[in-house]
Design a protein around this ligand. Sequence first.
Ligand code: ADP
Ligand code: ZN
Ligand code: ZN
Length: 744
Amino acid sequence: MIISGMPIIRVALDIPLPSLFDYTVAEDVAVATGQRVIVPFGRRRLVGVVMGRAATTEISSERIKPVTQVLYDSALLSAELLDLLRFCSDYYRYPIGQAVLSAMPARLRSDKPVTGKPMLGYRLSASGLALDLDAFPKRKVAQRRILAQLAERPCNLAQLKALSATAGVQLKALEQEGWVERFPESLPFGSNAPCPGRTVRVVQKHTFNNAHILTGEQQLAVNSITQTDGYACFLLHGVTGSGKTEVYVHLMHHALRRGGQVLLLVPEINLTPQLENYFRSRFPDTALASLHSGLSEGKRLHNWQQAQTGAAQIVLGTRLAVFAEMPGLALIIVDEEHDSSFKQQDGLRYSARDVAIFRASQCGVPIVLGSATPSLESYHNAQSGRYRMIKLTGRAQAAARLPTVRCVNINQTVMHHGISENLLREIGQRIARKEQSLVFINRRGYAPVLMCMGCGWLSGCKHCAGKMVLHLNEQRLRCHHCGYQLRVPPACPGCGNADLLPVGSGTQRVESALQERFPEARILRVDRDSTRNKRAWQAMREQIHANEVDILVGTQMLAKGHDFPALTLVGVLNPDSALYSSDFRAAEKLFAQLVQVAGRAGRADKPGEVLIQTAFPDHPLFRALQAHDFDGWAASQLAERKMAGFPPFVYQAMLRAEGKQEAEVYVFLDHARAAAVALRHPVEVLGVVPAAMPRRANHIRAQLLVQGATRKQLQQFLRVWQPLLDALPAQKLRYSLDIDPLEF
Ligand code: ADP
Ligand code: ZN
Ligand code: ZN
């Protein structure tokens, strides 16, 4: 180890190596933790983030390089956020540099300085603390006032501006004198320092549109959450229509009034302009910034900075928003916490819900997980007392009742292109009553493929194990797994027969079957194809609301968070594949989906009805659904999981590998397995198996699962196992570790 004469800084870079990188800086250059720098890396120049200083380095003094440039701009990451990212890097076994850089808006990864106001907290430096204010020049009124304020507590710019309009200029002068310093700079490296904004409690006036008088249950929920101080995790389990949103709004009001910032995380599919507008309308003069992947780079940076400066008091976003810099964070809400879109499926494979919980405990603020169908993980945690369970058991609007649920046995009824006669009759009645029906298709395993009636040929993808899906409008076959596409062949490639027919009911096929039966009906198909265009989806919603639609045909898109008052019937076509799936979470997901979709029916004063077409009408899942008995269902699922040794009773990590050569993929995983077994660690190492989609885009895919009895046990194992994996020969492979995997 060589001790260098110059100051050494540790820099996070977007490089797939688990380490930080050391550089020198000149003595007189001020560099703070969290600051962006440009450094030489091989022949490239890279943007990195300063993670701290080092007293020594293992790089020899001839080889260590100086920082090319320090970017003095507003984009300074707080010690707190860096700590959160350190935790993520460690927990998800992902290189720290890539974790840090991937959490930042793309613009901050480029080497251009960004504009924007300087942000975060200011406080007195050591010499500032030693100042005798009584001896301070009396004519410097503003500076005196700022110093006096900072002597009491650190503040951010906005708060100081309230003291003096010229705070910006004054602070610069005070900084130059060395009396005042910006917050993150002086924090000890890697410390768990408090968020500066939280140390200041200013009562903020804001307009709050109180839409409803809370129900008793809602009021109790609001009370018990607002009464807690510091970290606590609440599971708000409320049936659909119980008014969870209203509870969120009141909690937000409470936090905002005390000068705090609120982070509201929602699933990807829910973040529509309507939702944004809804919260704006409830808090008309509170600044709200949204953060999601649909924003342009410039807008994303802008909104990120709004959160960072505290200018935006509400941050509404999808999973990536969990990494938003929020100095005044006072409350986190995760809506539809069970939704799998909170899990990132590549790169840093984090669960935004779980990271949010860590963040809340790190910052000492409450977090609320809301759902009508909580994940079994969260539900189990609430039952065991790690989280606090709060229930909303009734619908908020007195008139609205939960829908009745009935099953239709598909083996005992006449079926028309996958739709039962019973369902068709019900739809006919709704049309007569000018009410809307929704025909819900579970997309999994239900897209139409092309089949030859002569030889049984099926339109398989030549790159995958998957089937090519027929898209009638475009007359194309498309592989939904790898993206490969073809024109529909005029005749069977196997036998030349021209008699090719679609099999399996896709949305389009259901649509044409319905149109055949109800030629007068106005049918609207809502799926990923028809809503690819944002404006198109907006127009569709308006059509639905104006009651210009009789029958909606759709997939998951339609299940969530949309309120269609005229909708009174939901037909569910094909839930059965999930009942006996190889994915142990399939039933949990199906239950959640059916509750969601059933929740679309009868939201207003009209009672709703749900008709489920199944070959297994006595299955406990449908029974529980009919009885609106989530608790019973969860109890039986948890008992099964416990017996079978599945999460939440074990903790899992999945090693996935893919490559062009089958042998290489399996040899790699076999070696990985052997290395794991040789460690003689108490975790359970399962066998090497093909992935659910064993071939994708010409790559062979396989996986290996490891389970531990506790998080800690699994983490200890992964810490020693991962370096062994990285040492295995794997030039032509890609592999990844997925902690708490959701996909199998
Ligand atoms: P959830 O998210 O739990 O499914 P919502 O928050 O969407 O339920 O509320 C369902 C409906 O009930 C909404 O139309 C909402 O405006 C209404 N609502 C919520 N709280 C109340 C209340 N206290 N009194 C009357 N109506 C309410
Ligand atoms: Zn054929
Ligand atoms: Zn394919």
